[in-house]
Design a protein around this ligand. Sequence first.
Ligand code: SF4
Length: 423
Amino acid sequence: MTKNFETLRDRYGIPLEAIVKSDLLRLGVHFTPEALKYSAAFKAKSYFIFSFDRVTQESLSETEKHAAPEEMALIGGPFDFKRTIVSVRLNPKSPYIVIPAEAGIQLFYNNEKICDVTLLERPAYYEKNLANGKPVSDIAPTIEWGYLIYLTAFRLCQYWGKEEECQFCDINENYRQQKKERSYTAVKSIDEILEALSIIQETDTQRTSQAYTVTGGSITSQLNGQAEADFYAQYAEAIEKKFPGRWIGKAVVQALPEDEVQRLKNAGYQIYHPNYEVWDKNLFAQFCQGKDRTIGRDEWIRRVVDAAEIFGPQNVIPNFVAGIEMSQPHGFETVPEAIKSTKKGLEFFMSQGITPRFTVWCVEPNTTLSQTNNNPPPLEYFVNLLQIYRDTFRKYKLPIPPGYGEAGLGKAVFSVSAFMDVL
Ligand code: SF4
Protein backbone atom coordinates (compact mmCIF):
# COMPACT_ATOMS: atom_id res chain seq x y z
CA MET A 1 0.00 0.00 0.00
CA THR A 2 2.67 2.45 0.94
CA LYS A 3 4.04 1.76 -2.58
CA ASN A 4 0.85 3.36 -3.89
CA PHE A 5 1.49 6.44 -1.72
CA GLU A 6 5.00 6.71 -3.12
CA THR A 7 3.72 6.39 -6.68
CA LEU A 8 1.25 9.24 -6.07
CA ARG A 9 3.95 11.32 -4.38
CA ASP A 10 6.22 10.97 -7.40
CA ARG A 11 3.43 11.55 -9.93
CA TYR A 12 2.04 14.74 -8.35
CA GLY A 13 4.92 16.07 -6.24
CA ILE A 14 2.85 15.99 -3.04
CA PRO A 15 4.52 14.96 0.24
CA LEU A 16 3.60 11.61 1.79
CA GLU A 17 2.28 13.33 4.92
CA ALA A 18 -0.36 15.20 2.87
CA ILE A 19 -1.27 12.00 1.00
CA VAL A 20 -1.82 9.98 4.18
CA LYS A 21 -3.72 12.89 5.74
CA SER A 22 -6.08 13.05 2.75
CA ASP A 23 -6.56 9.29 2.85
CA LEU A 24 -7.37 9.36 6.56
CA LEU A 25 -9.95 12.10 5.98
CA ARG A 26 -11.42 10.12 3.09
CA LEU A 27 -11.59 6.72 4.82
CA GLY A 28 -11.70 7.54 8.52
CA VAL A 29 -9.76 5.82 11.27
CA HIS A 30 -10.34 3.21 13.94
CA PHE A 31 -8.98 3.33 17.49
CA THR A 32 -8.62 0.04 19.38
CA PRO A 33 -10.15 0.00 22.90
CA GLU A 34 -6.62 0.22 24.37
CA ALA A 35 -5.77 3.23 22.18
CA LEU A 36 -9.03 4.87 23.29
CA LYS A 37 -8.11 4.26 26.91
CA TYR A 38 -4.93 6.23 26.20
CA SER A 39 -6.64 8.99 24.23
CA ALA A 40 -9.35 9.53 26.87
CA ALA A 41 -6.91 11.74 28.78
CA PHE A 42 -6.52 14.13 25.81
CA LYS A 43 -8.75 16.64 24.01
CA ALA A 44 -11.85 14.78 22.80
CA LYS A 45 -13.96 15.15 19.68
CA SER A 46 -16.53 17.90 20.24
CA TYR A 47 -18.72 17.38 17.15
CA PHE A 48 -18.31 21.08 16.52
CA ILE A 49 -20.79 21.27 13.61
CA PHE A 50 -21.26 18.13 11.50
CA SER A 51 -20.66 14.53 12.60
CA PHE A 52 -17.54 14.16 10.43
CA ASP A 53 -17.69 10.41 11.08
CA ARG A 54 -18.18 7.60 8.58
CA VAL A 55 -20.74 5.92 10.86
CA THR A 56 -23.63 7.03 13.06
CA GLN A 57 -23.27 7.61 16.79
CA GLU A 58 -25.47 4.55 17.32
CA SER A 59 -22.85 2.31 15.74
CA LEU A 60 -20.08 3.54 18.01
CA SER A 61 -19.24 2.28 21.50
CA GLU A 62 -19.62 4.67 24.44
CA THR A 63 -15.83 4.97 24.62
CA GLU A 64 -15.55 5.78 20.92
CA LYS A 65 -18.21 8.48 21.27
CA HIS A 66 -16.54 10.20 24.18
CA ALA A 67 -12.83 9.32 24.21
CA ALA A 68 -11.82 9.65 20.56
CA PRO A 69 -9.58 12.68 20.05
CA GLU A 70 -10.61 15.73 18.02
CA GLU A 71 -7.38 15.59 16.06
CA MET A 72 -4.14 13.69 15.97
CA ALA A 73 -0.62 14.64 14.94
CA LEU A 74 1.16 12.22 12.62
CA ILE A 75 4.88 12.25 13.26
CA GLY A 76 8.11 10.26 12.74
CA GLY A 77 7.85 6.57 11.90
CA PRO A 78 9.44 4.72 8.96
CA PHE A 79 8.86 7.69 6.60
CA ASP A 80 10.09 10.26 9.11
CA PHE A 81 6.89 12.31 8.95
CA LYS A 82 6.98 15.97 9.82
CA ARG A 83 4.22 16.81 12.30
CA THR A 84 0.90 16.76 10.42
CA ILE A 85 -2.41 17.55 12.12
CA VAL A 86 -5.45 15.60 10.97
CA SER A 87 -9.05 15.62 12.10
CA VAL A 88 -10.34 12.30 13.48
CA ARG A 89 -13.22 10.80 11.50
CA LEU A 90 -14.31 7.58 13.11
CA ASN A 91 -14.82 4.47 11.03
CA PRO A 92 -14.57 1.08 12.75
CA LYS A 93 -14.03 -0.53 9.32
CA SER A 94 -11.19 1.72 8.20
CA PRO A 95 -7.90 0.12 7.14
CA TYR A 96 -6.27 2.84 9.28
CA ILE A 97 -6.00 1.76 12.86
CA VAL A 98 -4.49 3.43 15.92
CA ILE A 99 -2.99 1.07 18.46
CA PRO A 100 -0.88 1.49 21.59
CA ALA A 101 2.90 1.63 21.27
CA GLU A 102 5.51 1.13 23.96
CA ALA A 103 5.06 4.77 24.77
CA GLY A 104 1.96 6.44 23.37
CA ILE A 105 0.09 5.33 20.25
CA GLN A 106 0.88 4.71 16.58
CA LEU A 107 -0.91 4.57 13.23
CA PHE A 108 -1.03 1.46 11.05
CA TYR A 109 -2.45 0.93 7.57
CA ASN A 110 -3.54 -2.71 7.78
CA ASN A 111 -0.30 -4.31 8.94
CA GLU A 112 2.09 -1.56 7.94
CA LYS A 113 3.25 0.99 10.42
CA ILE A 114 2.80 4.50 9.05
CA CYS A 115 3.93 6.77 11.87
CA ASP A 116 3.71 7.67 15.54
CA VAL A 117 0.73 9.66 16.78
CA THR A 118 0.64 12.42 19.36
CA LEU A 119 -2.47 14.02 20.81
CA LEU A 120 -3.27 17.47 22.11
CA GLU A 121 -3.40 17.89 25.88
CA ARG A 122 -6.88 18.73 27.05
CA PRO A 123 -6.81 22.52 27.49
CA ALA A 124 -7.68 23.95 30.91
CA TYR A 125 -10.87 25.53 29.52
CA TYR A 126 -12.19 22.08 28.57
CA GLU A 127 -12.31 21.24 32.29
CA LYS A 128 -14.70 24.11 32.96
CA ASN A 129 -18.44 24.67 32.72
CA LEU A 130 -20.49 27.80 32.34
CA ALA A 131 -22.65 28.98 35.25
CA ASN A 132 -25.63 27.20 33.63
CA GLY A 133 -23.67 23.92 33.69
CA LYS A 134 -22.92 23.68 29.95
CA PRO A 135 -19.33 22.67 29.14
CA VAL A 136 -17.08 25.09 27.27
CA SER A 137 -16.63 22.28 24.71
CA ASP A 138 -20.30 22.66 23.72
CA ILE A 139 -20.38 26.47 23.51
CA ALA A 140 -16.84 27.26 22.31
CA PRO A 141 -14.94 24.13 21.25
CA THR A 142 -11.56 24.57 19.62
CA ILE A 143 -10.10 22.79 16.61
CA GLU A 144 -6.94 23.15 14.48
CA TRP A 145 -4.78 22.17 17.46
CA GLY A 146 -6.36 24.88 19.61
CA TYR A 147 -5.91 27.67 17.02
CA LEU A 148 -9.58 28.15 16.07
CA ILE A 149 -12.54 28.63 18.41
CA TYR A 150 -15.51 27.19 16.56
CA LEU A 151 -18.75 28.94 17.42
CA THR A 152 -21.64 27.12 15.77
CA ALA A 153 -24.22 29.67 16.90
CA PHE A 154 -27.11 27.79 15.25
CA ARG A 155 -26.74 24.01 15.08
CA LEU A 156 -29.58 23.53 12.62
CA CYS A 157 -30.26 24.69 9.09
CA GLN A 158 -33.47 26.15 7.74
CA TYR A 159 -32.93 24.29 4.49
CA TRP A 160 -34.86 21.32 5.74
CA GLY A 161 -35.50 17.86 4.33
CA LYS A 162 -34.35 16.06 1.19
CA GLU A 163 -35.47 18.72 -1.28
CA GLU A 164 -33.71 21.56 0.52
CA GLU A 165 -30.69 20.44 2.54
CA CYS A 166 -27.36 20.20 0.77
CA GLN A 167 -27.01 16.53 -0.08
CA PHE A 168 -23.57 16.11 1.47
CA CYS A 169 -24.48 17.82 4.76
CA ASP A 170 -25.70 16.17 7.97
CA ILE A 171 -26.13 19.25 10.16
CA ASN A 172 -29.79 18.62 11.03
CA GLU A 173 -29.42 14.87 11.49
CA ASN A 174 -26.24 15.32 13.45
CA TYR A 175 -28.01 17.69 15.84
CA ARG A 176 -30.68 15.05 16.45
CA GLN A 177 -28.13 12.32 17.18
CA GLN A 178 -25.74 14.43 19.28
CA LYS A 179 -28.56 15.79 21.44
CA LYS A 180 -28.91 12.28 22.88
CA GLU A 181 -25.19 11.94 23.57
CA ARG A 182 -23.88 15.19 24.99
CA SER A 183 -24.66 18.80 25.88
CA TYR A 184 -25.49 20.22 22.45
CA THR A 185 -27.02 23.69 22.28
CA ALA A 186 -29.23 24.45 19.27
CA VAL A 187 -29.03 28.25 19.42
CA LYS A 188 -26.18 29.68 21.48
CA SER A 189 -26.92 32.91 23.28
CA ILE A 190 -24.49 35.80 23.13
CA ASP A 191 -24.12 35.63 26.90
CA GLU A 192 -23.14 31.97 26.78
CA ILE A 193 -20.58 32.65 24.09
CA LEU A 194 -19.07 35.62 25.93
CA GLU A 195 -18.87 33.60 29.14
CA ALA A 196 -17.15 30.71 27.36
CA LEU A 197 -14.72 33.10 25.68
CA SER A 198 -13.91 34.71 29.03
CA ILE A 199 -12.96 31.28 30.36
CA ILE A 200 -10.78 30.66 27.30
CA GLN A 201 -9.23 34.11 27.60
CA GLU A 202 -8.33 33.50 31.25
CA THR A 203 -6.93 30.00 30.83
CA ASP A 204 -5.33 30.07 27.36
CA THR A 205 -2.21 31.68 28.74
CA GLN A 206 -0.07 30.66 25.75
CA ARG A 207 -2.58 32.42 23.45
CA THR A 208 -2.85 29.32 21.27
CA SER A 209 -6.32 30.36 20.16
CA GLN A 210 -5.91 33.00 17.47
CA ALA A 211 -9.19 33.07 15.59
CA TYR A 212 -12.88 32.38 15.97
CA THR A 213 -15.40 31.25 13.44
CA VAL A 214 -19.06 32.11 13.80
CA THR A 215 -21.27 29.87 11.73
CA GLY A 216 -24.25 27.56 11.67
CA GLY A 217 -27.07 26.60 9.41
CA SER A 218 -28.55 28.96 6.87
CA ILE A 219 -31.39 31.24 7.92
CA THR A 220 -33.80 31.48 5.03
CA SER A 221 -36.53 33.37 6.84
CA GLN A 222 -35.80 34.57 10.36
CA LEU A 223 -34.38 33.24 13.60
CA ASN A 224 -35.44 34.95 16.82
CA GLY A 225 -36.84 37.72 14.65
CA GLN A 226 -33.57 38.28 12.78
CA ALA A 227 -32.47 37.63 9.22
CA GLU A 228 -29.22 35.75 8.56
CA ALA A 229 -26.82 38.72 8.40
CA ASP A 230 -28.27 40.32 11.55
CA PHE A 231 -28.30 37.05 13.46
CA TYR A 232 -24.66 36.24 12.73
CA ALA A 233 -23.45 39.87 12.92
CA GLN A 234 -24.59 40.22 16.54
CA TYR A 235 -21.99 37.69 17.73
CA ALA A 236 -18.97 39.51 16.31
CA GLU A 237 -20.35 42.80 17.57
CA ALA A 238 -20.56 41.47 21.11
CA ILE A 239 -17.22 39.64 20.96
CA GLU A 240 -15.34 42.61 19.51
CA LYS A 241 -16.88 44.94 22.09
CA LYS A 242 -15.77 42.73 24.98
CA PHE A 243 -12.44 41.47 23.57
CA PRO A 244 -11.40 44.03 20.93
CA GLY A 245 -8.97 42.50 18.43
CA ARG A 246 -8.15 39.49 20.66
CA TRP A 247 -8.97 37.00 17.88
CA ILE A 248 -9.38 37.13 14.09
CA GLY A 249 -13.14 36.94 13.49
CA LYS A 250 -14.45 34.81 10.63
CA ALA A 251 -18.02 34.35 9.42
CA VAL A 252 -19.14 31.26 7.53
CA VAL A 253 -22.56 32.17 6.19
CA GLN A 254 -24.35 32.21 2.84
CA ALA A 255 -23.35 34.42 -0.09
CA LEU A 256 -25.31 37.52 0.88
CA PRO A 257 -26.15 40.77 -0.96
CA GLU A 258 -23.58 43.53 -0.61
CA ASP A 259 -25.37 45.55 2.07
CA GLU A 260 -25.60 42.47 4.27
CA VAL A 261 -21.96 41.58 3.66
CA GLN A 262 -21.13 45.13 4.72
CA ARG A 263 -23.14 44.52 7.88
CA LEU A 264 -20.89 41.53 8.70
CA LYS A 265 -17.76 43.59 8.06
CA ASN A 266 -19.04 46.45 10.22
CA ALA A 267 -19.78 43.96 13.00
CA GLY A 268 -16.06 43.17 13.21
CA TYR A 269 -15.53 40.08 11.09
CA GLN A 270 -12.25 40.16 9.20
CA ILE A 271 -12.79 37.10 7.03
CA TYR A 272 -15.83 35.99 5.06
CA HIS A 273 -16.45 32.41 3.93
CA PRO A 274 -19.39 32.24 1.47
CA ASN A 275 -18.91 28.57 0.64
CA TYR A 276 -19.66 27.57 -2.95
CA GLU A 277 -19.41 23.82 -2.22
CA VAL A 278 -18.89 22.64 -5.82
CA TRP A 279 -17.91 24.53 -8.96
CA ASP A 280 -19.95 22.77 -11.65
CA LYS A 281 -23.23 24.59 -12.18
CA ASN A 282 -25.37 21.49 -12.69
CA LEU A 283 -23.87 19.75 -9.69
CA PHE A 284 -24.49 22.82 -7.52
CA ALA A 285 -28.15 22.68 -8.60
CA GLN A 286 -28.26 18.97 -7.85
CA PHE A 287 -26.43 18.95 -4.52
CA CYS A 288 -27.49 22.31 -3.07
CA GLN A 289 -31.12 22.42 -4.11
CA GLY A 290 -32.25 24.81 -1.37
CA LYS A 291 -29.48 27.30 -2.09
CA ASP A 292 -29.98 26.97 -5.82
CA ARG A 293 -33.69 27.72 -5.58
CA THR A 294 -33.30 30.56 -3.07
CA ILE A 295 -30.20 32.32 -4.39
CA GLY A 296 -29.09 30.50 -7.54
CA ARG A 297 -25.60 29.39 -8.45
CA ASP A 298 -24.67 32.32 -10.72
CA GLU A 299 -25.88 34.86 -8.20
CA TRP A 300 -23.98 32.98 -5.48
CA ILE A 301 -20.74 33.27 -7.42
CA ARG A 302 -21.43 36.94 -8.24
CA ARG A 303 -21.90 37.68 -4.57
CA VAL A 304 -18.62 35.96 -3.65
CA VAL A 305 -16.83 38.22 -6.13
CA ASP A 306 -18.69 41.34 -4.95
CA ALA A 307 -17.74 40.56 -1.35
CA ALA A 308 -14.08 41.08 -2.32
CA GLU A 309 -14.85 44.80 -2.70
CA ILE A 310 -15.91 44.92 0.93
CA PHE A 311 -13.56 42.50 2.70
CA GLY A 312 -10.63 42.66 0.28
CA PRO A 313 -10.08 39.67 -2.01
CA GLN A 314 -7.58 37.93 0.29
CA ASN A 315 -10.17 37.94 3.09
CA VAL A 316 -12.90 36.24 1.07
CA ILE A 317 -12.22 32.52 1.39
CA PRO A 318 -15.06 30.39 0.01
CA ASN A 319 -14.94 26.69 0.80
CA PHE A 320 -15.74 23.79 -1.49
CA VAL A 321 -16.36 20.21 -0.41
CA ALA A 322 -13.69 18.35 -2.33
CA GLY A 323 -14.86 15.10 -3.83
CA ILE A 324 -18.62 15.56 -4.02
CA GLU A 325 -18.19 16.30 -7.72
CA MET A 326 -17.31 12.60 -8.14
CA SER A 327 -20.32 11.23 -6.25
CA GLN A 328 -22.56 9.00 -8.31
CA PRO A 329 -24.90 8.92 -10.10
CA HIS A 330 -24.69 12.68 -10.86
CA GLY A 331 -20.99 13.47 -10.56
CA PHE A 332 -18.00 13.06 -12.85
CA GLU A 333 -16.93 9.49 -13.41
CA THR A 334 -13.21 10.03 -13.80
CA VAL A 335 -10.55 11.88 -11.85
CA PRO A 336 -9.38 13.99 -14.87
CA GLU A 337 -12.96 15.21 -15.54
CA ALA A 338 -13.52 16.12 -11.89
CA ILE A 339 -10.17 17.89 -11.64
CA LYS A 340 -10.78 19.80 -14.87
CA SER A 341 -14.04 21.19 -13.53
CA THR A 342 -12.69 22.03 -10.07
CA LYS A 343 -9.62 23.67 -11.60
CA LYS A 344 -11.86 26.03 -13.55
CA GLY A 345 -13.33 27.25 -10.27
CA LEU A 346 -9.88 27.72 -8.76
CA GLU A 347 -8.73 29.66 -11.84
CA PHE A 348 -11.86 31.81 -11.76
CA PHE A 349 -11.42 32.86 -8.13
CA MET A 350 -7.64 32.87 -7.79
CA SER A 351 -7.20 35.01 -10.93
CA GLN A 352 -9.23 37.65 -9.04
CA GLY A 353 -7.20 37.35 -5.85
CA ILE A 354 -9.81 35.29 -4.02
CA THR A 355 -8.37 32.11 -2.50
CA PRO A 356 -10.87 29.29 -2.06
CA ARG A 357 -10.09 26.53 0.38
CA PHE A 358 -11.46 23.03 0.62
CA THR A 359 -12.41 20.33 3.06
CA VAL A 360 -12.13 16.64 2.18
CA TRP A 361 -15.63 15.24 1.72
CA CYS A 362 -16.53 12.87 4.56
CA VAL A 363 -19.28 10.53 3.36
CA GLU A 364 -21.47 10.80 6.44
CA PRO A 365 -24.19 8.16 6.71
CA ASN A 366 -27.05 10.55 7.53
CA THR A 367 -26.83 12.41 4.24
CA THR A 368 -28.69 12.12 0.96
CA LEU A 369 -25.49 11.54 -1.03
CA SER A 370 -24.52 8.56 1.12
CA GLN A 371 -27.71 6.76 0.07
CA THR A 372 -26.42 6.30 -3.46
CA ASN A 373 -22.76 6.71 -2.84
CA ASN A 374 -21.15 5.26 0.22
CA ASN A 375 -17.63 5.24 -1.13
CA PRO A 376 -15.41 8.29 -1.26
CA PRO A 377 -13.60 9.28 -4.47
CA PRO A 378 -10.22 7.63 -5.12
CA LEU A 379 -7.20 8.90 -3.24
CA GLU A 380 -5.67 9.97 -6.54
CA TYR A 381 -8.37 12.64 -6.92
CA PHE A 382 -7.34 14.29 -3.63
CA VAL A 383 -3.64 14.15 -4.44
CA ASN A 384 -4.19 15.58 -7.90
CA LEU A 385 -6.37 18.30 -6.33
CA LEU A 386 -3.58 19.28 -3.92
CA GLN A 387 -1.25 19.59 -6.89
CA ILE A 388 -3.55 21.82 -8.97
CA TYR A 389 -4.50 23.85 -5.90
CA ARG A 390 -0.86 24.53 -5.02
CA ASP A 391 0.12 25.24 -8.64
CA THR A 392 -2.77 27.64 -9.28
CA PHE A 393 -2.07 29.39 -5.96
CA ARG A 394 1.56 29.85 -6.97
CA LYS A 395 0.69 30.92 -10.51
CA TYR A 396 -1.27 33.90 -9.16
CA LYS A 397 1.32 34.62 -6.43
CA LEU A 398 -1.36 34.75 -3.77
CA PRO A 399 -0.66 35.51 -0.12
CA ILE A 400 -1.06 32.72 2.48
CA PRO A 401 -4.75 32.79 3.48
CA PRO A 402 -5.13 34.72 6.74
CA GLY A 403 -6.81 33.14 9.75
CA TYR A 404 -5.27 29.69 9.37
CA GLY A 405 -1.98 30.04 11.18
CA GLU A 406 1.28 29.11 9.54
CA ALA A 407 1.43 27.25 6.23
CA GLY A 408 3.78 24.44 5.28
CA LEU A 409 4.64 20.90 6.20
CA GLY A 410 5.30 20.50 9.91
CA LYS A 411 3.65 23.85 10.68
CA ALA A 412 0.08 23.82 9.34
CA VAL A 413 -2.80 23.20 11.76
CA PHE A 414 -5.82 23.16 9.42
CA SER A 415 -7.04 19.61 9.94
CA VAL A 416 -9.82 18.82 7.44
CA SER A 417 -7.73 19.02 4.28
CA ALA A 418 -4.06 19.29 3.48
CA PHE A 419 -4.29 22.57 1.56
CA MET A 420 -2.24 24.48 4.14
CA ASP A 421 0.30 21.65 4.44
CA VAL A 422 1.29 21.95 0.78
CA LEU A 423 1.59 25.75 0.51
S1 SF4 B 1 -26.74 25.45 3.73
FE1 SF4 B 1 -26.31 23.34 3.15
S2 SF4 B 1 -24.19 22.97 3.87
FE2 SF4 B 1 -24.95 24.79 4.92
S3 SF4 B 1 -25.77 23.98 6.85
FE3 SF4 B 1 -27.49 24.14 5.39
S4 SF4 B 1 -27.64 22.14 4.48
FE4 SF4 B 1 -25.63 22.25 5.47
